[in-house]
Design a binder for this molecule. Structure first.
Ligand code: GLY
Length: 321
């Protein structure tokens, strides 16, 4: 993480005007990797570091790292001095296509993930596909889950591109990675621009996530990477969609095949349905207390806020095992 102060160097002003260059004071702060860094203690240490470094309202926080750093540094930027600018430089595929875009920032409490946070839009998101060369293959694969999600929710041509180019993507082709990152960021930016604070449409970004969050919780955080749980959640959502929204079986099969081809899991038979169901919880806005899902009508079009009966949720879970 870098804390920077825009500042004109006193040496620079000795040069004629055309050579006057702004110089940035910067202050780097490393944060340990892992979800445990999204804590109130880590945030408090960073506030103190900001005070020591002389961060002011003209400063910017640069989040250089994966999703944990983006969320933590983002909330630091949102809250310190009532808000300073934020620049996101994501270094994982998941962060490039999802968490660095859209302004969600936050930390965890012992009671649950992301319970404290703010919407704070970055001034710039800078993605460099070269950094993905250092990413462990499992992390790259996990990031692909969110890219597949964009194809299902909004972009059938992106879905077809992924079907045709999954090998090139897995072997790290720069052209293929640039294409899918640009498409994904574009879709996310459009969805967030239409509904920044998640009053409605932004919920479509949660396709596959209702079950995914439950899987992460029941399996124990870290057992499944977020993207892996989303892969299983999307296969489940596609199967629910066949029953509830008339998604044709061939499209559901294509979704499952693409997720499997990407190298992601498509089921988690070791997990107990009763525990998953309890972790999914209820949607208090929905009469009857049923959870709501994002379901697909076809590849490229989804609807959000769909209640599904207890019986169907359970049957579809067992049908997929
Ligand atoms: N990751 C979902 C969202 O940003 O709304």
């Amino acid at each position: 993480m870098l804390l920077t102060n825009p500042w004109i160097s006193s040496t620079a002003i000795k040069f004629p005007r055309p050579f006057l260059k702004p110089v940035f004071q910067s202050h780097a702060q490393k944060v340990p990797s892992g979800e445990s860094s999204k804590s109130i203690e880590q945030l408090s240490a960073l506030y103190s570091e900001c005070v020591r470094a002389g961060v002011d309202r003209k400063s910017a926080v640069i989040a250089l790292g994966g999703g944990v750093i983006g969320d933590l540094a983002g909330f630091l930027a949102a809250s310190f001095l009532r808000g300073v600018q934020l620049i996101q430089i994501p270094t994982t595929l998941l962060a490039m296509v999802d968490s660095a875009v859209g302004g969600k920032t936050g930390i965890n409490l012992k009671e649950g993930k992301n319970l404290v946070g703010a919407f704070h839009q970055p001034s710039l998101v800078l993605c460099d596909t070269d950094v993905l060369k250092t990413l462990p293959p499992r992390e790259l694969t996990a990031g692909l889950a969110e890219v597949i999600k964009y194809g299902v929710i909004k972009d059938a041509p992106l879905f077809e591109y992924l079907e045709k180019n999954s090998d090139a993507i897995k072997t790290g082709s720069a052209d293929a990675l640039k294409h899918i990152i640009a498409q994904s960021c574009g879709i996310k930016a459009a969805v967030v621009s239409a509904d920044e604070f998640e009053a409605g449409e932004r919920a479509i970004l949660n396709f596959g996530h209702t079950l995914a969050h439950a899987i992460e919780k029941v399996a124990g955080y870290g057992a499944y990477l977020h993207g892996e749980a989303v892969g299983i959640g999307m296969v489940y959502a596609a199967r629910l969609s066949v029953r509830e929204k008339g998604l044709n079986q061939k499209s559901a099969d294509r979704i499952e095949a693409l997720i499997a081809r990407a190298g992601l899991p498509v089921q988690a038979p070791e997990l107990d349905w009763a525990k998953l169901r309890a972790a999914i919880g209820v949607d208090k806005k929905n009469t009857g207390g049923l959870p709501r899902f994002v379901l697909a009508e076809k590849i490229g079009r989804v609807v959000f806020g769909c209640p599904v009966s207890e019986q169907t949720m359970k049957e579809v879970w067992y049908a997929g095992r």
